[in-house]
Design a protein around this ligand. Sequence first.
Ligand code: DGJ
Length: 719
Amino acid sequence: MTKLSAEFLTLHGRRSSLVLELAPGEAPLWRHWGARLPDGIDPGAALRDTRALPSFALDQDLPLTVAPVFGTGWFGQSALLAHREGRDFAQGWTGCTVEWTAPGRALTLHLTDAVARLRLDLSIALDADSDVLVLRSTLHNDGDTALDLQWLAAGTLPLPGRCDAVRSFAGQHVHEFLPQTDPLTRSLWRKESRRGRTSHDCFPGAVVTTPGATAQTGRVFGAHLAWSGNHQQTIEWLHDGQYQWQFGEWLAPGEGRLAPGASLTTPELVASCSDEGLDGLATNFHAELRRRLDWPGGAMRPRPVHLNTWEGVYFDVHPGPVKEMATAAAALGIERFVLDDGWFHGRHHDRAALGDWWPDAHKFPDGLSGLIAHVNALGMEFGLWVEPEMVSPDSELFRAHPDWALQIAGRPLLTARNQLVLDIARPEASDYLFEKIAALLAAHPIRYLKWDLNRDLAPAGLGDGRAGYRAQVLAAYALMARLRAAFPEVEIESCSGGGGRIDFGVLRHAHRVWTSDCIDALSRVEMQRGFLQFFPPEIMGAHVGTAPAHTTGRTQAMAFRAAVALAGHFGVELDPRQLSTEDADELRGWIALHKRLRDRLHHGRVWRGEAGDGLHWQFHADADTADGVLIVLRTRPSDHRQPPALRLPMLDVAARYRVRELRPAGSPRREGRHHTAPFFDAQDSAEGVTLAGAWLAEVGLPMLRAPAETAFIARIERV
Ligand code: DGJ
């Protein structure tokens, strides 16, 4: 009798499941990653018993496994590319043992290749609450010769053949999270970044959609590599009609050379799927990141409103004026004052001084104590900018240790923003940085470091001539971890010329990211929307800048600038001494409004929508939408004489909701509007208006005709 059954490994989340099939003498086969299946589900038959061999193919059926490898019958992308002096170029798993690390939720597969003398440990965990899947691979060289590892996927995921598009992010400095949608076809889809950091132009993550998926509905899959260095992802059509999705670190030649007995561990691949569209997927990623963030004191406290000095004074940092800025900032309601670039020895412009991490004696003859005491006396925390991984050729550090810069003998040192990259994998360089930064943190009540990284890595040669991309990322993480261990009360912001280092890897150590150097509110609408696909709002640095905006020259009203920043980790990036009385009053009102709303904005779920006609909305609420804040942004004038109503599909159709407009205290009613109507007056009253959830979800909330670059904000509560 034909034996149809096989042994299966099943992991269940709340709304997703994963099923693998154990196959003797090879890696487990992928059977399912997608919708939640019933407990105890059994595919009913071994996969190969459900497939006939195609013509002119190998006489063995080789379906997609969790770790497909090259050279022994698998013709698709391989999870591993390696050789020993040209030999052992092909791999094949000869054994597999399963270790359940958390029964039903997490396991490690121990795969062996007795011929090539390799071992792969692949850990797979599916979080029961967030439906986030985390995969990570470690390859061990069990041979007695060196192994050259060219590629090791963190994980290989299956995608159903009905997936039809992949949404990723392109971009550049001052335009991060530029959305890009590509159709999935039989051609290989590949994204790679070799800049040595997460990058502005190639975010290490993507979302794959099925036909008809929307922001709130339909099946979607997402994945992200938790890594701040080189990376690669591919999506490849397979001959059984499904796709495989691989992610990993892009290794520079030689970086994967493993001596006998050595091993290499990949970054984590963080993935999830949802049948509630892009927002359902975002909720899963937000939950996972919130679980990972390592807050001082063990829990996030309300995010303090920032004043960051950069665009206010740039390098023109002098204690007197900066103290005046701090005084003006405190009067606005600012809670954390961050002294950006320009404070340290010889730093008067961007052509010198990186590496000399002590206060400039001309600007701060008495050090930073006076300024910090002033800031603290005003009731604000103090934060300080550093860019530890960099060195200026014109610096005392470089003059003393020119060999500490990443470089390749015989090749030119390439500067970017007039700076070089320090080889911080050298213990003496990272010790130097630790000592210098620790001295500042030990001497002063500094509660926050804005940790910048303003260039790509090239040439990234270590002292021995080998490539140092991977070593650099690991050394940066280690330095952050060492400083956090020594000063656990200090939070870190990951900045990289804006958003060049935003990923789950650095966020093991950091607590906020600087989303972009572009603070133009109109530009920020799209960037923040993309950002929120993977990251929660409370870590999204969002500032009110000047008008006109420094990077675009465009001018927006204070209300629009503040409304766009409202949902993030709110801050101000201008010289508050320059504000008119009216602007200062208005900004003070927005800061107070943010403080009133931040507990709602920074917990729970976020729904995002584009209603067309220039309307973008965001709804931040608890999971069952009992209490939420709606932010509607109009980016361009309406094409309609009467703007269409705004549908809020996430609301409970069985409930009724009170809608009350929110405005900063003291701001004029219906500011900037030419016309109004009784509904909007009622909505703007203390009682608000009450409407059926079904009406709001299906027909929509009436929208008042409003000029371009204006916002409407409302509290929406179940009654
Ligand atoms: C780049 C950052 O993105 C800016 O916010 C600012 O900190 C500058 N570096 C300072 O040099």
